[in-house]
Design a protein around this ligand. Structure first.
Ligand code: AMP
Length: 616
């Protein structure tokens, strides 16, 4: 294998390099290694890459490296198909520019107050990330000045096509300086996108991250669609029942290796991190401990795990999906060594399902869907372990006379049977780790049609029912979504009068609430669909007038008629959403109130009503 390209080989600016260090990226992903040098040199690119490949950093890092913060007119414009993606990309820019003083990025999308956007645009932004419709509006009004634009990025171009934005995109391209640099990213390459590339890209370098790799026949490959349960809980459930010897768990960042190792250690597993920050000696020692049974689980980044050859590694877990099939094949090749059989488990977030399909296609081997171990399975496993301990103790301890006498006396004195005493002792023994386990499992949204979906079909409609083109689409999980419980201190459960029978989908509900009542989608929690109605978790203390407005909002042509939910909590299709916990100010200003994280609807410790941001 040739020497890997490192970030230090890529000539990114010092400030950007510091930010990369800070977020803990160890090595550029393949699309980053290929795209960054070209974008840094001012070239155009056509990147065929899907979500999960690291494509956002592939354009953000080089473009930020060339930004001039003294110039306040937008220098970079990113077009994204949905408001959710626009926000995500803007957040990514903010993260990668954290070491660039005075940097401003502005997301603009439909559904957001125009006046807020106008004011922000007036203040100036170095990078604008927007949905095509809203960007067009601002260009027409003259509120967005692109005369000094240096670079234009079209993110998820095929999605913009699918959602009917392609004419708008071309219109915007026509209204930007011809001298601009252009980068287009698309997971697929339909002819309309080819046409855009031919007409608007200049001598573009085509980057395609897909390689055909074969995997070992003796490795069983399964995936779990991240849904309903967070990844850490899912992992611990798997660890409980999977008969593993040694295990390597792959994550994306150095920081994650350490964090996950600590969490597993806290749960009683012998686990250690393995990452590029550790010196050679320490890394070798860790692998040696794995070889000699002193350590069972290693949590590694791709770089650090390169070439590990430990026979007892029976399992590889891809906790974070790899960037491409090559990395996948390399990772899972750490098991099934020396003719043994191995198992590879892959966690796939809903938005990464295309990447799963790509990996499957490239490796020419099916990766089958796995169910998380059920409560009954875990219970059976714990009971087996428990009874085995009794058998082992009876066999190993030749002299239990002292305990026999003690309990015989107790039995006699208190007139209880030996079984009753044994039950009490067994109960006491399992208090910390109960033998009977129950999980409230949520059927993942994707599981029901997962096979169809893997052909790349996406059942979510592009435009929502109310004609708002930019809003309304729930982009699904941001990877690790713990299930929101109703008793979450920040949320109340509301009932809305649309349900499955009205063909309502979670995306419609999020879109309607977000767009029409102006509650940002990041504050919208758990959604549960029933036949005739649904429930949705919203921040506590929503203002009365906002609720009144929400009552009239329509989904599938039916008014929501929202009311506080007082019904039973059973049944329904659940859709976990994780509203951001950080409800504080977004501009880095000091937080109000005494606590570190003020609760929604609280100010200076007093209850206030939650209402969407006003324009003035
Ligand atoms: P994207 O394909 O842009 O949606 O990125 C997918 C995920 O990969 C995001 O969570 C990024 O933070 C993460 N990521 C991007 N580049 C790297 C890198 N070089 N090392 C580790 N993680 C990365």
């Amino acid at each position: 294998m040739s020497e890997p390209i490192m970030f230090s080989d890529l000539a990114l600016s010092e400030a950007v390099m510091r930010a990369v260090q800070k977020v803990g990226y160890e090595q550029p992903s393949p699309i980053q290694a290929a795209a960054i040098p070209i974008l840094l040199a001012g070239g155009d690119i056509l990147g065929m890459a899907q979500t999960g490949t690291g494509k956002t950093a592939a354009f953000a890092l080089p473009l930020l490296s060339r930004i001039d913060t003294k110039q306040t007119d937008p220098q970079i414009l990113v077009l994204a198909p949905t408001r959710e993606l626009a926000i995500q990309v803007a957040e990514a820019f903010q993260k990668y520019a954290s070491e660039i003083p005075g940097f401003h990025v502005l997301p603009i999308y439909g559904g957001q107050e125009m006046t807020t956007q106008l004011r922000s645009l007036k203040r100036g932004a170095h990078v604008v990330v927007g949905t095509p419709g809203r960007v067009m509006d601002h260009l027409r009004r003259g509120s967005l000045n692109l005369n000094n634009l240096k670079a234009l990025v079209l993110d998820e171009a095929d999605e913009m096509l699918r959602m009917g934005f392609i004419d708008d995109v071309e219109w915007i391209l026509e209204h930007t300086p011809k001298t601009r640099q252009t980068a287009l990213f698309s997971a697929t390459m339909p002819k309309e996108i080819r046409h855009v590339c031919n007409n608007y890209l200049n001598n573009a370098t085509e980057i395609k991250i897909a390689s055909s790799q074969s995997t070992d026949a003796n490795i069983e490959q399964v995936y779990w669609m991240v849904s309903g349960t967070n990844k850490l809980d899912a992992l611990t459930r798997i660890l409980e029942v999977e008969p593993f010897d040694g295990m390597i768990i792959f994550v994306r960042t150095k920081t994650a290796t350490v964090e996950l190792a600590e969490k597993l250690e806290a749960r009683g597993y012998s686990a250690s991190p393995l990452n590029g920050d550790m010196n050679q000696q320490l890394r070798e020692r860790t692998i040696e401990r794995l070889k000699t049974n002193k350590l069972d689980i290693v949590i590694a980044t791709d770089v650090a795990a390169r070439g590990i050859d430990v026979e007892r590694v029976s399992h590889v877990v891809n906790y974070d999906i790899p960037y491409d099939s090559e990395a996948y094949v390399h990772r899972i090749g750490r098991t099934g060594r020396a003719g043994r059989s191995g198992k590879a488990i892959l966690f796939v977030a809903p938005r990464e399902k295309r990447l799963l399909y790509t990996i499957e296609k490239a490796t020419k081997k099916p990766i089958t869907l796995m169910e998380l171990p059920s409560g009954a399975t875990v219970t059976k496993h714990r009971i087996d372990q428990f009874t085995q301990q009794i058998t082992d103790t009876l066999q190993a301890q030749s002299d239990l006379t002292f305990f026999n006498d003690l309990l015989a006396e107790y039995s006699h004195k208190n007139d209880v049977s030996p079984e009753q005493i044994a039950s009490a002792l067994a109960y006491l023994l399992q208090l910390e780790r109960p033998l009977q386990v129950k999980f409230t499992d949520v059927k993942p949204e994707r599981e029901r049609s997962s096979r169809d979906e893997r052909g790349g079909r996406d059942e979510r409609s592009g435009r929502d029912d109310r004609g708002s083109r930019d809003g309304g689409r729930d982009r699904g999980s941001r990877e690790d979504r713990p299930r929101r419980e109703h008793n979450d201190e920040n949320m109340d459960r509301y009932r809305i009068e649309v349900g499955r029978n009205h063909e309502a989908r979670p995306g419609d509900i999020v879109g309607a609430i977000a767009n029409e009542a102006g509650i940002e989608s990041r504050f919208i929690g758990h959604i549960k669909l029933h036949d005739e109605y649904s429930t949705v978790d919203l921040p506590t203390g929503i203002a009365k007038d906002v609720l009144a407005k929400l009552k009239k909002v329509r989904v599938r042509n039916r008014p929501l008629e929202i009311s506080l939910d007082t019904g039973p909590r059973t049944g329904g299709d659940e859709f976990s959403r994780k509203p951001k916990r950080d409800f504080g100010p977004r501009d880095g200003a000091p937080r109000e109130g005494g606590r570190d994280k003020p609760r929604f609807g609280e100010r200076d410790g007093k209850k206030t009503s939650f209402r969407p941001k006003k324009t003035d």
